[in-house]
Design a protein. Structure first.
Length: 123
């Protein structure tokens, strides 16, 4: 088992890159569902809808006044986090000219995936 100098010769359960070495279970893992439910219940109790509404209204006001962090926060909820690169104007023009709708296409793919998953469960 590797030893790390910063442990003064004590054996470590991690290799030089920080990964757990074979034979060590790692950390405690993901919290149990009941623990998650307790945290969500506490969050919901501490932040009821009227409080959340006030927070969002403040963020909307601040974003309108130029607060980039408020804009980023609102955008992450309203549009999701950006993955990859945004469509270019050319790509949008091609989609429009072709009469394709990427949102409808993605929805069809999702329904097809759900249908395949349902068929596999029957097997």
């Amino acid at each position: 088992m590797p030893t790390n100098d910063h442990l003064d010769g004590q054996e470590s359960d991690r290799d030089a890159s920080g990964k757990f070495v074979k034979g060590h279970p790692g950390g405690p893992g993901r919290p149990r569902r009941d623990t998650e439910r307790q945290y969500l219940a506490a969050l919901q109790e501490a932040c009821p809808p009227e409080t959340w509404k006030a927070i969002v209204e403040t963020a909307v006001r601040d974003a309108g006044q130029g607060d980039r962090y408020a804009r980023e926060w609102l955008s992450s909820y309203l549009m999701g986090r950006a993955e990859g690169t945004a469509s270019t104007l050319h790509e949008l023009a091609v989609e429009e000219a072709a009469g394709t709708d990427p949102v409808a296409r993605d929805a069809t793919r999702s329904r097809e995936s759900d249908a395949i998953a349902a068929m596999l469960q029957v097997l």
